[in-house]
Unconditional design. Structure first.
Length: 117
């Protein structure tokens, strides 16, 4: 499925954001936990897309969120929370605005000033 999506994304000029996720079950190997697992899921997806012809400059962000953003909020250990999200961004300026929105959302809960363009 990811390879098929890669064939479509090669035809688009849009930037891509890839996010890896885990469920809330602790995953531990020496020095390796849910944060590393979610990041590796995102990077594995990026590698498959690149092998399918997606240009490296199309990737705006590739990151892991561990168990911080469950798809199934009522059951954080549900298997559907183990996933990868691929977001096709509209334009660079819209991507920058979305990034600033994330910063502003974080700042809403603190005494830090908002970033406004």
């Amino acid at each position: 499925m990811i390879r098929a999506l890669g064939g479509i994304l090669t035809k688009l000029p849009n930037k891509i954001d890839i996010t890896g996720h885990t469920d809330s079950k602790p995953y531990y190997r020496k020095g390796y936990g849910n944060w590393e697992l979610s990041s590796d899921r995102a990077h594995s997806t990026r590698r498959i897309l690149e092998e399918s012809g997606v240009r490296s400059e199309q990737f705006a962000e590739v990151h892991g969120r561990a168990d911080r953003d469950p798809l199934n909020k009522s059951n954080s250990s549900a298997p559907e929370n183990r996933r990868v999200s691929i977001t096709i961004l509209h334009t660079d300026s819209q991507y920058q605005a979305a990034s600033l929105d994330k910063v502003n959302q974080k700042n809403n809960n603190s005494n830090m000033p908002k970033i406004i363009l």
